[in-house]
Design a protein around this ligand. Structure first.
Ligand code: NAD
Length: 481
């Protein structure tokens, strides 16, 4: 299979099962959210197709050495970097993300591959001496990490069509696991492209199979199949909780929604803080689990901060995703844009003030700022997965922490202050998975632990290193010494 593609050609994708391209006679169209054109289609899997993929995966025993796994991942990274244009064109065509965002995403995917290649070479085993206590013995305990006995099911969301996939596939390859991937039916083409890249780089196809289809038909099979040992899911809270309730005796890694604040204290450099606010809110069309979804601002600087955010929002370019001058393309589809408009209209009816934005043209939704919101409005309470940011004032750090912790989510946060005691207090008291001082909530590198608590996740982390831990069983071997 070849990963070469012309960026402007129609892609008719088949399932990837056991090294074969399987056409099923049924397909799902993939539409460009900007102009409605068909970008491609993907085959729809049946429950039997999923079972066949599971059987093939379970029967295959990967034998790749650490060196071989690392070489495959590095090769794929090099190929991907060479093909940045084609790969980012595909992401932009099927998701409506701007070329700026999709080119950036390709860089991230290549990082995931390189980090995975490095980690594959690193033996993270530990050695314990056993004669540490009065009743100790002259023995040693050595730990090793082994691939899972069964198959990994991976289910990914639409917002980073290739990077969400890479964060699941790469740690699986690095640990010699076997994975069946179901990408989002909204953006499945990038996932197939990425799988082909890995096959081309030398990955045995039994180690990664891809099925697409209607989740109402195949999702239950993917999450309850007896050969599945682990489900790694990134997506919204309702489906995450459904998986948790349905999967039974299986390991679960759930990366769910967020409602992340950017907190601006009264000593903050407001130019820097407002830069972070707009970047955190609008990059990737605001469709990041860790996008800035609430701006919490000290009353003393609220007016000045708001003025700067409004000015920078007005200057944020958006529109045709392929136009490289645009910072922002569309959101995922027209229905999503309509939803944002409804939520903002509702807030305005309830007394919020619309400062800029809330304009829609098809799936294009303009960056939007609101103030005079209160915590029980939908736009504050729930995750708005788009370029909408309500600004909320607070009087002191106690109130900032209380508002920040006052939603069901606990993913990440960004803090703007130069006072170390305040920064340290936020780091201790925010009930989230990450606290970034002078950065957007989404800041991380692909290697570092990442993930949320409360409704945002069960506390298991992603990031290449942590995923490797959750995708393996730790075995100990002890011996006389
Ligand atoms: P979604 O929950 O609608 O869909 C995610 C995936 O679940 C898709 O592949 C979908 O086909 C599949 N699915 C649908 N029904 C299913 C079922 N019954 N059982 C199993 N799988 C099923 O999410 P989305 O709209 O694609 O993505 C947006 C959401 O993802 C947001 O809430 C966002 O915050 C979240 N997200 C979280 C992270 C994180 O790391 N915490 C990262 C990115 C996105």
């Amino acid at each position: 299979m070849s990963a070469v593609l012309e960026s402007d050609c129609f892609r008719e994708e088949a399932l990837r099962i056991g090294g074969e391209r399987v056409h099923t006679g049924r397909s799902i169209d993939v539409l460009n959210p900007f102009n409605g054109e068909r970008v491609g289609s993907v085959a729809m899997a049946s429950v039997d197709d999923v079972r066949r993929a599971m059987d093939i995966a379970q029967a295959y025993l990967p034998t790749l050495t650490r060196y071989e796994r690392s070489a495959i991942l590095n090769r794929a990274a090099a190929l991907l970097r060479e093909r940045t244009e084609a790969a980012s064109d595909l992401i932009t065509a099927e998701s409506g993300l701007s070329k700026k965002d999709s080119v950036y995403e390709i860089g991230r995917v290549a990082d995931v591959l390189n980090f995975g290649a490095n980690e594959a070479l690193r033996d993270d085993g530990q050695v314990f001496s056993c004669d540490l206590t009065p009743h100790g013995k002259r023995r040693k305990v050595i730990t090793t990490r082994e691939p899972l006995l069964g198959v990994i099911t991976a289910i990914t969301p639409f917002n980073h069509p290739m990077n969400q996939v890479a964060h699941k596939v790469v740690p699986s390859v690095a640990t010699n696991n076997r994975m069946v991937l179901k990408p989002s039916e909204k953006v499945p083409l990038s996932a197939y492209w990425f799988a082909d890249l890995l096959y081309e780089a030398g990955l045995p196809p039994e180690m990664l199979q891809v099925v697409s289809g209607d989740p109402r038909e195949i999702a239950d099979e993917l999450i309850t199949h007896p050969k599945v040992d682990l489900i790694t899911f990134t997506g919204g809270v309702p489906i995450g909780k459904y998986i948790a309730a349905t999967a039974g005796y299986k390991r679960l890694v759930l990366e769910l929604g967020g409602n992340d604040p950017l907190i601006v204290m009264d000593d903050a450099d407001l130019d820097k803080a407002s830069d972070l606010a707009v970047q955190g809110s609008y990059k990737n069309s605001g469709q990041r689990c860790t996008a800035v979804k609430r701006m919490l601002v000290h009353q003393k600087v609220l007016a000045e901060f708001t003025e700067r955010v409004v000015a920078k929002t007005r200057a944020w370019t958006y529109g045709d995703p392929m136009d490289r001058r645009n910072e922002m393309g569309t959101v995922i589809d027209e229905a999503a844009a309509e939803h944002f408009q409804r939520v903002v209209d509702e807030a305005v009816l309830q007394g919020a003030r619309l400062l800029v934005g809330n304009r829609r043209d098809g799936a294009i939704y303009s960056p939007t700022v609101l103030d005079r919101v209160h915590p029980d409005m939908t736009v504050v309470r729930e995750e708005t997965f788009g370029p909408v940011s309500p600004i909320i004032g607070f009087k002191d750090i106690d109130e900032a922490i209380r508002i920040s912790n006052g939603t069901a989510f606990g993913l990440s946060s960004g803090i703007c202050t130069n006072r170390f005691d305040d920064a340290a207090r936020f780091a201790r008291e925010l009930k989230v998975g990450s606290v970034n001082l002078w950065e957007v909530p989404g800041y991380r590198i692909e290697l570092t632990p990442f993930g949320g608590i409360k409704d945002s996740g069960l506390g298991y982390k992603e990031g290449v290193q942590e995923a490797i831990k959750s995708f393996t069983n730790c075995k100990t071997f002890s011996m006389p010494w």
